[in-house]
Each structure stands twice: as C-alpha cells, then as structure tokens.
Design a protein around this ligand. Sequence first.
Ligand SMILES: C[S@@+](CC[C@H](N)C(=O)[O-])C[C@H]1O[C@@H](n2cnc3c(N)ncnc32)[C@H](O)[C@@H]1O
Length: 212
Amino acid sequence: MKQSDIIPFYGGKYPELFEIERRCMDREGKVIDFLNSSLPNGKILDIGAGNGFTAEKVMHSSRQIIAMEPDDNMIDQHKDLVWAKGTAQHIPFHSNTFEAAYATWAFFFNGIPDLDQGLKEAKRVVKSGGDIIIVDNYGHDEFLSYSKQNLSSDSKMWTERGFTAHFIETAFIFDSVEEARTLLSFYFGEAGQTVEKTTFEYKVVAYTKQVE
Ligand SMILES: C[S@@+](CC[C@H](N)C(=O)[O-])C[C@H]1O[C@@H](n2cnc3c(N)ncnc32)[C@H](O)[C@@H]1O
C-alpha cells in the first residue's frame, strides 16, 4: 500500500467529531436503507470503510462485509467486522472475489486523479453481474450551502461512465444547537458558528453500475 495513495481524512485525528458526523449525517438511516435493499447476500467489499459505521449496519448472517480501510487510525477493532488494509487504487484481493462493492463518501470524489484506477480495481474484484455502488453528496442543499468549496459530486462524470444516479433525501439531525455548531464550524468556519437549529436538509446520491 502506497502512503501517497491515501487521501488525508480528519476522522483519525478527531474521532469525537467524526462520531458526531456519523451519528447525525443520515440520522434516519436512508442511505443504510438504500444499501440494505441494493446489496446482495454473500461477500461484499466496503471501500474506504472509515470506522466501519456503515459496514456494521449492512452486514447480517448471510452478508459478510469486508471493511477495507487504509488509515490505521480509522480502523475500529472493537467492531465485530472483518478488516482489510488497502486503498481503492490497489485492492488487496483476487479478481472476482466479491458479489458487490460499495464506497460511502470515500475516494471516488471529483478531481481524484486515480479515480479510474479505483473503478478498474472495483470492477476487477467484483464478479460479473455484481454491482458497484458509490455514495456521495448530491449538493444543491441546505447543508452544502454553508460551504465555500464545491463539495457536490459530478453526476455527469458518473453517467458518462455508465452509472445510474439514485437520489436520497436525508438530513443532518443534531442532538442540540451546540452540537450542530461544533461540527458545522469545524467544517465551514464562521458560517457554522451561528447556526440556530438542529436539522439541515442534506441530499445524497448513490451511483450504481453492474459489472459486465
Ligand atoms: C469520509 S471517510 C468515509 C468513511 C466511511 N466510508 C463512512 O461512510 O463513514 C473517507 C475514508 O476513506 C479513506 N481513504 C482515504 N484514502 C483512501 C483510498 N485511497 N482508498 C480507499 N479509502 C481511502 C479515509 O481514510 C477515510 O476513512
């Protein structure tokens, strides 16, 4: 695994902030519901699994999730998951190992130079007929309106690559205004410091494609 292939992420350094993010960003579990209804049984790869939040929620007795994550500081060994260390660019598994693979807000972002290398790897390890599912911000919502940067995914980039977009309307729901300010000011600086509420519209998109 090449260290330079890893995209720096704050969660290992500030786990308490990442805990707020994960608990609040899709509070009603709509992304989890989408994955649960889309993923088959059998062996599934989670690419850039973070602390295993999603993997833990979509696994069950007939569906084994391999949580692949390159950053040691993100891997939560207390979770009852099978972990693998690896990056999207070089997936450490044989070809045709998995029934499907998914990534939630990991690696497959706009402007990543190795994006197609990551897709090639995902296709290689998923069996023919299995799905690749990429979950990212859709944008055009209240949550991202606080950001000065464009953090929306580029739907055209995915449809050009043969993916179908599925829109998921969810919400960041915090326990308190204080908690909302803590996370939103960390993300967005001053714009997040003055929020007065706990619920923020948040639009997500899942891009899916069947491996040929
Ligand atoms: C925004 S977090 C998302 C974590 C998790 N998928 C979730 O939804 O909670 C992005 C994760 O991707 C990991 N990552 C960074 N570079 C990567 C790469 N090249 N391949 C796969 N994952 C990577 C980071 O370490 C981090 O854990």
